[in-house]
Design a protein around this ligand. Structure first.
Ligand code: URA
Length: 278
């Protein structure tokens, strides 16, 4: 007697797998570092064995993700409940930001860029500052860096519409995409604090050195900030923070994509840990 072939996957699952495969390829992940594909929402690593028959364009030369160190003081806080009118308050805050003249960037911006994604998401992603495309569209992370960010999310089976709230440390584009000045960061900081206080994420992913230094109030290098869990206080609670490279940096430094993948694995394990403590 011969075994009957396994049932084909439902079309939704096939589409999702194809999307994740593209994301892994875009992230430059060889077979050795790809998680096995599992249904939506499953963590990388916890996946089924029937995988990745497709050839991979790049050679498998990456090292495995780095071990994670966690300060013993890190608390796993349950998600604080949001104020009932958090969404209306976020709109009100966005309107305040749109009128802001707190620093010189108000004279060069086309418009402020408040956020993108889902304000009800448990994951908040914080970048540095809007670029040219964001300044034009008013949405965070819509340029090439945003496309790579979407691929990074897709590699975890996530998407911005449902699973992430995306914002920046500063809400106006610095001219010529220069680094934000300390006084610009300082002027915008209360907005970010209020924004995250309304969204009340359970975990935060910070993109790039400038955002990490501003959020964590440190001058440490990104190399020293990666690979461990930090904390950011939101409404009196310590929210775990993972630091990774900015997608714009990754677009210029392809060799560091494997490190970014290690960071995403750390983020995912933190999401799983928190999820299991709910
Ligand atoms: N880079 C950022 O840090 N934020 C954006 O919104 C776009 C590019």
């Amino acid at each position: 007697m011969t075994d009957s072939p396994p049932d084909p996957l439902p079309p939704d699952e096939q589409a999702l797998r194809a999307k994740r495969m593209r994301a892994y390829t875009e992230l430059g992940l060889g077979l050795a570092l790809r998680p096995r594909l599992a249904p939506t929402g499953a963590s990388p690593g916890a996946e089924s064995p029937d995988v990745i028959a497709a050839p991979v364009p790049e050679p498998v030369t990456r090292s495995v993700p780095e071990p994670v160190t966690r300060p013993v003081t890190m608390l796993a806080a349950p998600r604080p409940s949001r104020p009932a009118d958090a969404l209306a308050d976020l709109e009100q805050l966005a309107a305040e930001v749109a009128d802001c003249q707190g620093c010189g960037l108000c004279t060069t911006r086309r418009q402020t860029v408040f956020a993108a994604g889902n304000p009800l998401a448990e994951l908040a992603i914080v970048g540095e500052a809007p670029g040219a495309e964001e300044d034009r569209s008013g949405q965070a992370f819509v340029g090439n860096a945003g496309k790579l960010l979407d691929s990074m999310l897709a590699s975890l089976g996530l998407n911005r519409q449902e699973h992430a709230y995306i914002c920046n440390v500063i809400k106006c584009r610095p001219p010529d995409n220069r680094d934000p000045a300390p006084e610009e960061v300082a002027s915008c900081e209360p907005f970010l604090q209020r924004q995250l206080g309304l969204v009340r994420p359970r975990v935060i992913l910070v993109l790039g050195r400038h955002a990490a230094q501003a959020l964590l109030r440190t001058e440490s290098s990104i190399a020293s900030l990666r690979g461990r869990i930090h904390a950011y206080e939101v409404e009196g609670r310590q929210v775990p923070v993972v630091v990774t490279y900015h997608p714009a940096y990754l677009l210029r430094n392809l060799g560091d994509k494997a490190k970014a993948w290690a960071d995403l694995c750390l983020l995912e394990s933190e999401r799983q840990r928190i999820g299991s403590e709910r």
